[in-house]
Design a protein around this ligand. Structure first.
Ligand code: ADP
Ligand code: MG
Length: 240
């Protein structure tokens, strides 16, 4: 029953989003058609136009990829995981890119296991989205702090703290609306997809920010306590 409800909710979300995606994709497609028609008429290949066409194609590609994460009819399988390893895996994944941009990850992980019931790939997707946003907010480099800790009342908190540009109050209100982006090459889908995934895990997704100072993203998930611990599946990978 719960599964049925989840699927119904998912279909509804996907339906609402499909209209938005269609709209967002039509603009770059119109540009592409315009330049191709021009090329056909003049018989000239213009380098600047080709660059624009390629970047419009890339934009379509990015929108479709992010959308697929939600829409893909993947079998969602929840397992018990130590979320320290999940975050650790994502840090390893992004480490070299961070290095390239003079960004350093500093992590503070609880020394005891922090078990959560999750679809690990979806959670990884959330952490990748949040960390990428943090990195993109720090074009000049700097430090990103990651905290994974137990928090009151059987909860696990994952915090990503950046020293980036921050978000103004009026922009903060718009966050999570599909296609709201302040980036030239953004899709404005990352936060919305992340919030949906965390909702699906009965967790909370919060953003605190101060313009010019930085942003703190806090994700809280229900903790699986010791009574259930033997049900935990061993995780692979290392804590970063
Ligand atoms: P995208 O990254 O493609 O723009 P997101 O949904 O991931 O889309 O983010 C939406 C917007 O939220 C971003 O364009 C940016 O303005 C703002 N934002 C998100 N995270 C941060 C952050 N850590 N620092 C500053 N702004 C952020
Ligand atoms: Mg993003």
């Amino acid at each position: 029953m719960e599964e049925l409800l989840r699927r119904a909710e998912k279909l509804r979300t996907v339906g609402q989003l499909a209209a938005g995606v269609a709209h967002e994709i039509r603009n770059p497609l119109t540009t592409l058609r315009g330049f191709l028609q021009l090329q056909q008429r003049t018989g000239n290949v213009n380098e600047t136009h080709t660059d624009i066409m390629l970047s419009e194609l890339e934009r379509i590609n990015m929108i479709v990829s992010e959308f697929l994460i939600l829409a893909k009819p993947q079998a969602v399988q929840f397992e018990t995981r130590d979320v320290r390893y999940t975050v650790g895996d994502v840090i390893s994944l992004l480490d070299s890119e961070a290095h390239l941009h003079n960004i350093e990850f500093e992590h503070h992980f609880s020394s005891s296991p922090l078990l959560v019931h999750c679809e690990e790939n979806q959670l990884k997707q959330v952490f990748i989205n949040v960390l990428k946003n943090a990195m993109e907010a720090m074009p000049g480099g700097g430090k990103i702090i990651l905290q994974v800790s137990e928090e009151g009342d059987h909860k696990v908190a994952i915090r990503v703290i950046d020293q980036g540009e921050g978000i103004s109050e009026e922009r903060l209100e718009k966050l999570g609306e599909p296609f709201y982006t302040s980036k030239e090459k953004g899709t404005g889908l990352g936060l919305m997809v992340s919030q949906r995934i965390i909702e699906g895990h009965k967790g909370m997704f919060e953003i605190d920010s101060e313009l010019g100072k930085g942003t703190i993203v806090t994700i809280t998930l229900p903790q699986i306590t010791e009574a259930h611990e033997e049900a935990a599946t061993p995780t692979t990978g290392e804590i970063a």
